[in-house]
Design a protein around this ligand. Structure first.
Ligand code: ADP
Length: 745
């Protein structure tokens, strides 16, 4: 079969064989066989480094350092055919000599077009930057910063645990800007971790000479309550919040059930029967009545819960129809009446789950957690149903019981709270449980739980967030094991308690917090005056602060075309084979972020994506481009990451990942990003119900069918003639599901 490579080479053998300044087509060959290496350029005369104010994503101001080559073009470095040249190293010998791409610009275009048809998008580095010597962090910076795996990617701030006795020394020029905005719920363990890592904690109402009020809006991180989706628009470039828009879709018990129910109907109970059957009242009252009668003879037990509450508030175990509220909004759930017992007591598990990205989906599961025991031994008598100390395992309830025994020793199987690690050790050694299989089923439950909210979270994130830097979220997932050790999902907490009063709690939650912050990857704030950091060698510091280009959600035309092609491929083998052949700058940005994250996992396990996680892709609302990209990446490099990392390094080395399209003009994109003046401030947006993120309608045009794509034409936004740009990334399919409604307050 003539390979794409050969077809491409034929096409390139045009009538003219002039020596090109650079090839028209770059990594169109299989990536495994290609290494892009820039030719050495003569050293340029140094431009004076100066700071330039620029707009980023039409909503923020940021300072970019101009000069030193790579930063002289703020967003989309334009080609400079005279000074830039490069060659490809491929597994085809003599390619350089024999197969010169045409230099004529029209020929270049036609080659690009034709090759695009054959092989998806073809990307040509617009500007090849001089090779970057790795950022040489001085001792003082190395102490508080961790370099990226990749050149031309700013380093990340280090977070050290809450109990570190020697706080990190952060140079004053950086520390000045390390402001963390306090909220009423910022946990003490988070505060200690931040202070140990060089952060200053600022209150929003702070207005002192030392910390004037306008300064407090320049925070870089916040650990707060969940907000209405529209309020996420107030998050500026370079700021990070511990939530994604729309996670109430799994954080509320009624929404969680509805989302899982949809998947259950579609994929069957065997796959998605992970939560005890639930009825959302008053809507499902009739259904419940019907079900109730079926089970009445067995004295079935049910548990009634408020739809959006926590800590066991308002929860009751019942067995009589008269006990069911008929008008009040509650969820009524089948009671798991045969739980797995330890020493005669029921317990549940608190799992900690971190999501760093929704599209592509990246989920981490903490290897430790908590097992929380009921303080009264379990029995199944109907007469004991009122005993909350027997049927509920919440710490906030059981600590009030006279039987409650705290466990101060994290390694001991004592008292009414154990660590997850200790529990697993106990199950393995004392009960001969196959704990690996149990962990696998827990991971499965976690992935499916997050997937159940993925469509809504993803669409609300797309509508309200214009920087991939802005969000990450730590969830607390509660699970009950039944007598067969099947894990049942009870609920998802979007603000899990990090209260750490006991040594056992702090043992689990302390390292959790620093790991979460390290995986979330904070960078040196934009405003940092890098000249102050290294007076003699300020040029060395170029590339130090946060660079918004790395997190842009906008796509070039070529990138968008690639999304369309690969989102519409039906066959996994096809996209596995080809999607990595042509990495776009945007692909590279996603992959480097994920690879850098992976170096920080500590006691977190990345459960999605993994080498085997592709089986979950079919459960998502539709095919998603980035999940396919990561599926291919993990399939190819999951067992052996080094070649993948090396490939990305080479691409970063020539500045490929910094090629970004210009920010679309206002009204030119389908997910509006309000100008700073129009952006609601965190305070000004009303916190009442019903805010909806409205997306303007996109008119549809069609593209020719792609081999392997479904026969129905794909809907696309109208082509734009003048600009190669862009819309926020996401599915290539333009017709998006309507954004979900916000929950009622
Ligand atoms: P909350 O958010 O108020 O903690 P949960 O759904 O976690 O509500 O329920 C509180 C406790 O009730 C759980 O920790 C568990 O012990 C018990 N529980 C909840 N649902 C069930 C169920 N379906 N079957 C058995 N026990 C349950």
């Amino acid at each position: 079969m003539p390979s794409l490579k050969k077809i491409f080479l034929k096409l390139c053998r045009g009538p003219r064989q002039d020596t090109p300044t650079r090839p028209a087509v770059s990594p169109a060959l299989p990536v495994s066989s290609v290494t892009a290496i820039p030719e050495k350029k003569p050293a340029k005369t140094k431009k004076k480094a100066k700071t330039k104010k620029m707009r980023s994503n039409s909503k923020v101001d940021c300072n970019i350092i101009e000069g030193e080559g790579e930063d002289s073009h703020s967003r989309s470095p334009s080609p400079d055919p005279i000074t830039d040249s490069w060659r490809m190293e491929t597994d085809i010998t003599d390619l350089d000599k024999a197969e010169k791409p045409p230099s004529n610009i029209h020929e270049q275009h036609s080659v690009t077009k034709l090759t695009s048809k054959l092989n998806g998008t073809v990307m040509t580095p617009k500007k090849v930057l001089s090779r970057e010597s790795p950022l040489n962090l001085s001792e003082s910076l190395g102490n508080c910063l961790r370099p990226s795996l990749f050149p031309r990617v700013p380093p990340y701030l280090k977070f050290v645990p809450h109990d570190e006795t020697i706080p990190l020394k952060v140079p004053a020029a950086i520390q000045k800007h390390l402001k963390w905005k306090l909220t009423t719920i910022t946990p003490i363990v988070v505060k200690k971790t931040l202070m140990n890592s060089g952060f200053r904690l600022v209150k929003s109402e702070c207005d002192t000479a030392e910390c004037p009020q306008e300064e407090t809006v320049e925070w870089v991180g916040i650990w707060g309550k969940h907000m209405k989706s529209l309020m996420f628009r107030a998050i500026k470039d370079g700021q990070k919040m511990n939530h994604f828009p729309g996670t109430f879709q799994i954080g509320r018990k009624d929404r969680l059930w509805r989302n899982l129910q949809k998947l259950c109907n579609k994929f069957g109970v065997n796959e998605f029967g992970i939560m005890p059957k639930t009825y959302v009242l008053p809507h499902d009252l009739k259904l419940l009545k019907h079900e109730w009668e079926k089970y009445a003879a067995n004295n079935e037990r049910w548990i009634i819960k408020p739809p959006a509450s926590a800590r066991g508030t308002g929860i009751k175990v019942v067995s009589r129809w008269a006990q069911i509220p008929k008008k009040r909004p509650v969820v009524v759930q089948r009671y798991v009446s045969k739980p797995y017992l330890i020493n005669g007591s029921k317990f549940d598990l608190r799992l900690y789950v971190l999501v760093t990205s929704v599209h592509p989906l990246r989920i981490y599961l903490y290897k430790d957690g908590l097992a929380r025991f009921a303080s009264v031994k379990y029995n199944s008598e109907l007469t004991s149903l009122n005993d909350r100390y027997m049927h509920l395992t919440n710490y906030s309830i059981n600590r009030l019981s006279k039987n409650y025994t705290p466990n101060e020793d994290f390694a001991a199987c004592e008292g009414h709270k154990w660590t997850l690690q200790t529990l697993f050790q106990y199950l393995k050694t004392d009960k001969n449980v196959d704990t690996e299989a149990l962990w696998t089923s827990i991971k499965d439950l976690v992935i499916k739980t997050i997937i159940s909210g993925e469509a809504s979270i993803s669409s609300l994130t797309k509508a309200n967030i214009t920087s991939r830097y802005n969000c990450y979220e730590l969830f607390g997932i509660d699970v009950l094991l039944d007598e067969d050790l099947k894990p049942w999902l009870l609920e998802v907490n979007i603000s899990p308690s990090l209260h750490s009063a006991s040594p056992l709690d702090i043992h689990v939650k302390g390292p959790l917090v620093s790991t979460v912050l390290n995986i979330a990857q904070f960078q040196v704030p934009i405003k940092t005056n890098i000249e102050m950091l290294s007076k003699d060698k300020p040029h060395k510091m170029v590339g130090l602060p946060y660079d918004s280009r790395l997190y842009t959600v906008y796509l070039s035309k070529e990138e968008r075309d690639k999304h369309i092609i690969y989102t519409n491929m039906e066959d996994r083998d096809m996209y596995l084979r080809d999607i990595l052949s042509t990495l776009t700058p945007d692909d590279v940005r996603h992959l480097i972020q994920a690879e850098d994250e992976l170096t920080q996992t500590g006691d977190m396990e990345r459960v999605f994506p993994s080498k085997d996680s592709h089986k979950y892709l079919g459960f998502l609302a539709g095919p998603r481009y980035y999940n396919r990209l990561f599926d291919a990446w993990e399939t190819r490099y999951g067992d052996k990451r080094d070649p993948g990392i090396e490939l990305l390094r080479n691409l970063c080395d020539i500045g490929y990942h910094l090629e970004v399209p210009p920010v679309p003009l206002k009204n030119d994109i389908d997910a509006p990003s309000p100008a700073p003046s129009e952006r609601p401030s965190l305070r000004s947006v009303p916190s009442d119900r019903g805010s909806v993120a409205v997306l303007p309608t996109v008119s549809a045009t069609t593209v020719p069918p792609v081999p392997g794509a479904p026969s129905t034409p794909v809907s696309l936004p109208p082509a734009r003639n003048s600009s190669p740009v862009t819309r926020p990334c996401g599915d290539a399919l333009a017709l998006r599901p309507p954004p979900a409604l916000e929950p009622r307050a």
